[in-house]
Design a protein around this ligand. Structure first.
Ligand code: DP6
Length: 320
């Protein structure tokens, strides 16, 4: 009986992925760039030699939608491994599911590594990243430690994440609400493409922001990285708000965190806000200023300072 256990962490995009050009293969409309966190670990075990597929999440059988997404993902691994045996997947996720802390990213990154090992595959970093991408696009970046660029690519083979050098930064995560969001990012992404009059401008301007962000990371230009991060997050929320029907992820308290970032900057502290598809906001700052930034926003939500974290890793390999 073969089994493997792997860990992975979520990532927060500084240049967002919002739009697909191929929904089946999860090929993004643009590239994106993120920081993998050293917090909110997902630990996943995949065990073969069982009667049927199963998925246990945080100690309980997973909901039907999560189960069918997991089975489809296992089918991809089974096809690669030419082994159609069922698997028992057990996952423990420290992040609040569906609250904009990208738990699907850590979930599919850990599952890609654990399942590929359990089925006897030995994938390199870019192959693993491509596989994780098929579960959830942003998961391809959680394979990679620290800062990652996900290349949009031309096809399945060229769309994966790889590490990029960047200055040492911190994210101050302000958790405002950990309830499940009303519209999934997958659904809202589709709605944006299909109904926003600004979608094409969003895509072409993202390419330009990504190019600028990649050079700012390479040269260690923290002020430019911060400015682009906040600009791009606000543009994403603007294009989402322009859907029909409109979608809004930011809560009043989220907007207060953006205001707090502006006030901190006005007093000479480096802090820039970003938010994914949910109300929680992350403030990008330097290691030396993270404490001050965290105390400035402590009244607005639950606050946690996180550093760049490791990529997906194996905890227990094995044919056992
Ligand atoms: C706002 O990766 O969850 O966090 O590929 O449909 O699974 P699917 O979407 P997902 O979307 C993430 C959207 C985002 C931005 C980002 O992480 O780049």
């Amino acid at each position: 009986m073969s089994s493997a256990t792997a860990c992975a962490q979520p990532n927060i995009a500084l240049v967002k992925y919002w739009g697909k050009r191929d929904e089946g293969l999860i090929l993004p409309a643009t590239g994106s760039l993120s920081m993998t966190l050293d917090a909110f670990t997902t630990t996943t075990t995949v065990r073969l030699g069982v009667e049927a597929d199963s998925f246990t999440l945080n100690g309980s059988p997973a909901a039907e939608a999560a189960m069918s997404r997991t089975t489809s993902f296992l089918d991809l691994v089974r096809e690669l491994a030419a082994d159609d045996g069922p698997a028992a997947v057990t996952s423990v996720n420290e992040a609040p599911t569906g609250a904009g802390l990208a738990s699907s990213a850590s979930g599919f990154a850990a599952l890609a590594l654990a399942a590929s090992k359990a089925y006897g595959l030995d994938l390199d970093q870019s192959e693993l990243s491509r596989l994780a991408r098929r579960g959830s696009g942003s998961a391809c970046r959680s394979i990679v430690p620290g800062f990652a660029v996900w290349h949009a690519g031309r096809d399945d083979a060229s769309s994966y994440a790889e590490p990029i050098p960047a200055p040492d930064l911190r994210l101050v995560i302000v958790t405002i609400d950990s309830h499940e969001k009303a519209v999934s990012s997958r659904e809202a992404m589709r709605l944006t493409r299909d109904t926003s009059p600004f979608y094409n401008a969003w895509i072409s301007s993202t390419e330009a922001v990504l190019d600028e962000m990649v050079s700012a990371c390479r040269t260690g230009d923290i002020a430019r990285i911060g400015e682009l991060t906040e600009l791009h997050a606000l543009r994403m929320h603007a294009v989402i708000a322009s859907c029909r029907p409109p979608v809004r992820y930011l809560a009043p308290a989220s907007v207060s965190v953006f205001d707090a970032a502006a006030a901190l900057r006005a007093s000479g502290v480096q802090a820039w806000a970003t938010a994914d598809a949910g109300p929680n906001v992350c403030l990008l700052t330097t290691p030396g200023e993270a404490g001050e930034v965290a105390s400035a926003v402590s009244g607005l939500g639950r606050v946690r300072v996180v550093s760049p974290g490791p990529g997906a890793r194996l905890v227990s390999p094995g044919l056992g």
